[in-house]
Design a protein around this ligand. Structure first.
Ligand code: SF4
Length: 696
């Protein structure tokens, strides 16, 4: 029932890639009432703790309200002219690859589009990367290798229609809670439905599962190779769908050569999993950061895709591989080409026809022909002095990048750093020369795309404080001041969206998946009222599933299975560092807590940084419950509270990644992580450091 009062505004939650719809009602004192939108297809009224408590996070304490240059308040005109001049000077003296943007899955699609257009189309460099590199770049690489495009084949309904949901490398109960609630509700209504969790830890997600496979960290390729071999052995290959798939024989040969012992799993348990998977046609395999954040993340993704392609279990109701993304607009960033190795609308930077089409559409000054610097490379280039001017938007790399102390030092040493953010109080913005106050969630307007390709509106319901501005407006003004007036002559986000939708028609003309050209003529009023819409949206297609018809986006039109071998995590365990450190999220915090830490209710769940360790590892070191523990890796050191639990296996430890130098200087977990990346995706290995622990 609608509560009494002024009308509610429909918007989308600020946090994870589930993309829940919210109904917002602001009061005159700056407060905000929030409830789940019963009509939104992501959540049908449900919200998790983070979404429910959004209203506690919108106060203006600690907000950045005016541009600051070297700590002194300046006006927007001077601030943006300084940014334009500094970037122009660096480009003139050192070339376009001497500047970089590091952006975020918190940006709206319209912001992302303008940032990408400015860097790739006009500055002429591909040095724009996003914190989504830390989240799901391995999935992008895996999708492109198998499908030809970065396409999520299925929809959220598949999770409810499946007879078996496999959750691998995903603590869905905490990290995508509403999706987890949907699965649990489907199982309650249909108890024959099965849930399997594959995770080194016995997470909260295991509580509702029928089976838990506590595999050794990093052994996912071996496990899914074992499944592929079992598929072949049991004659479960789909011979009809096989005509749409290349590479089965070499993939199977590699799978059969794989040593399943590296998984550490009981062979009987593994066989029960194989039998269940093979014997259940309607199976969805959900994967997330436990798969992606690995030096073999792309191979892990393809090992999963191999099994679905071999059995033809893709693109039909209740079946398929399913990547769930971390951030509210990680998918939108992928679509606009926010990664250093992609172009807008899923076009390819290495394809001259795509580059030419984009150049023509934008009337672009220059287009890079090769990929730019991926996140880890970018900050290494900052450290070496190659990057002279850096613009960071809505993200905190001094905390979240691997080898975070080195990243912090690199930013501190850069000639010119701009940060667009909502606060002057993060580890990163404190290092910036120029701070630009950005409009926050609830104050800005645009679109985001969730994990099942549904585009939803975020709408303005609160006034932006002081002089805060939307990011697209900041970027467009800098573009104009760098001399590209016509290309950046926008006054509303709806104009940007129309241009973007029109551009997607060109991608569709190349036979690519991302096509929302059906929205290219959307009026301002229709944009304001846009209901959640799953792409594609074009004359020929509207957003259902992909690949059930056996048509893929590779040059041959067939999917590709890959021959994959197990690779252990890059950091080898050794006598000095005998433990495997995993990092991740907790239920009620988001990223580096800029917003969620404002909520007393959210902060009461797990109030301080901690280290999960097994009772046997604690006993042998004399570590008692709640004692302080020193965690050391070759890259850094942290002090954390001991949480002794058999939810982690002997030899494994786990620590959350949220705490920062602002609130817990001794608990910046990414200072412990090596800057090692997947060679295909460039995604860092954030879950498999070699560490030692001792009482502090
Ligand atoms: Fe927000 Fe994600 Fe929770 Fe939904 S599941 S309310 S999108 S944090």
């Amino acid at each position: 029932m609608t509560p009494p009062g002024p009308p509610e505004t429909r918007s989308t939650c600020a946090y994870c890639g589930v993309g829940c719809g919210v109904l917002l009602r602001a009061d005159t004192a700056g407060g905000l009432a929030v409830r789940g939108d019963p009509d939104h297809p992501s959540n049908f009224g449900r919200l998790c703790s983070k979404g429910t408590n959004l209203g506690e996070t919108v106060d203006l304490d600690g907000r950045l309200t005016h541009p600051l240059y070297h700590g002194t308040q300046i006006d927007w005109d001077s601030a943006l002219q300084t940014v334009a001049d500094k970037f122009s000077a660096a480009i003139a003296e050192h070339g376009p690859d001497s500047v970089a943007f590091y952006v975020s899955g918190q940006l709206l699609t319209e912001d992302y589009y303008i940032a990408n257009k400015l860097m790739k189309g006009f500055i002429g460099s591909a040095n724009i990367d996003t914190n989504s590199r830390l989240c799901m770049a391995s999935t992008v690489a895996g999708h492109k290798r198998a499908f030809g495009t970065d396409t999520v084949p299925g929809t959220y309904e598949d999770l409810e229609q499946a007879d078996l949901v496999v959750l691998t490398g995903s603590n869905l109960a905490w990290c995508h809670p509403v999706l987890y609630q949907r699965i649990v509700a489907a199982k309650a209504a249909r108890p024959s439905m099965k849930i399997v969790v594959i995770d080194p830890r016995r997470t909260a997600t295991c509580d509702g599962a029928d089976m838990h496979l506590p595999l050794k960290p990093g052994s996912d390729v071996a496990l899914f190779n074992g499944l592929l071999a079992a598929i072949a052995q049991q004659g479960a290959r789909d011979d009809t769908f096989a005509q749409h798939v290349d590479g089965f024989d070499p993939a199977l040969a590699a799978a059969r050569a794989c040593d399943l012992g590296v998984t550490g799993l009981d062979p009987a348990l593994m066989q029960r999993f194989f039998d269940l998977w093979i014997g259940t046609e309607k199976v969805v395999t959900v994967f997330s950061q436990g798969v992606n954040q690995s030096s073999s993340g792309s191979d892990k993704v393809n090992a999963i895709l191999n099994c679905h392609l071999a059995t033809g279990r893709i693109g039909r109701p209740g079946m398929g591989p399913f990547s769930v993304t971390g951030q509210p607009n990680a998918m939108g960033g992928r679509e606009v080409g926010g990664l250093a190795n992609t172009l807008a609308c899923h076009m390819d930077i290495g394809n001259p026809d795509h580059r030419q089409a984009l150049r023509q559409f934008w009337d672009a000054r220059a287009m890079p022909e090769t990929a730019g610097l991926k996140a880890v490379e970018m900050f290494q280039a900052v450290a070496s002095g190659q990057i002279k001017a850096l613009w960071i938007m809505h993200t905190n790399p001094a905390v979240t990048m691997p080898d975070a102390d080195a990243v912090k030092a690199a930013i501190a040493g850069c000639d010119f750093v701009v940060c667009s953010d909502i606060t002057p109080q993060t580890d990163t913005v404190r290092l910036a020369h120029m701070l630009l106050p950005a409009a926050a969630w609830g104050e800005k307007s645009g679109t985001v795309t969730n994990s099942d390709r549904t585009i939803s509106r975020q709408r303005t319901v609160l006034p932006a404080p002081g002089q805060a501005r939307p990011d697209w407006a900041q970027l467009a003004e800098v573009g104009r001041r760098m001399g590209w007036h016509a290309a950046f002559d926008y006054t509303t986000p709806s104009e940007i969206f129309r241009e973007y939708a029109a551009l997607s028609g060109i991608a569709g003309g190349f036979g690519l998946d991302f096509d929302i050209s059906g929205l290219a003529d959307i009026s301002d009023a229709a944009y304001d009222a846009l209901a959640p819409t799953r792409w594609p949206v074009s004359a020929g297609r509207t957003g259902g599933r992909f690949f059930g018809d056996g048509r893929f986006f590779t040059p041959s039109g067939r999917a590709r299975m890959l021959a994959l071998t197990h690779r252990a995590p890059a950091a080898r365990l050794q006598p000095r560092f005998p433990l495997r450190l995993n990092t991740g999220r907790i239920r009620d915090q988001w990223h580096t807590m800029t917003r969620t830490a404002k909520s007393p209710r959210l902060s009461s769940h797990l109030a301080e940084p901690f280290l999960e360790l097994h009772p046997s590892d604690a006993a042998v070191r004399g570590i008692t419950p709640s004692a302080l523990v020193e965690v050391t890796t070759p890259h850094g050191r942290a002090i954390l509270r001991a949480l002794i639990t058999d939810r982690v296996q002997p030899g494994d430890i786990f620590a959350p990644m949220h705490w920062t130098g602002e609130n817990a200087p001794s608990a910046r977990i990414d200072t412990l992580i090596a800057p090692v990346t997947d060679p295909i995706s460039g995604q860092p290995e954030s879950k498999a450091a070699a560490a030692r622990i001792a009482p502090f």
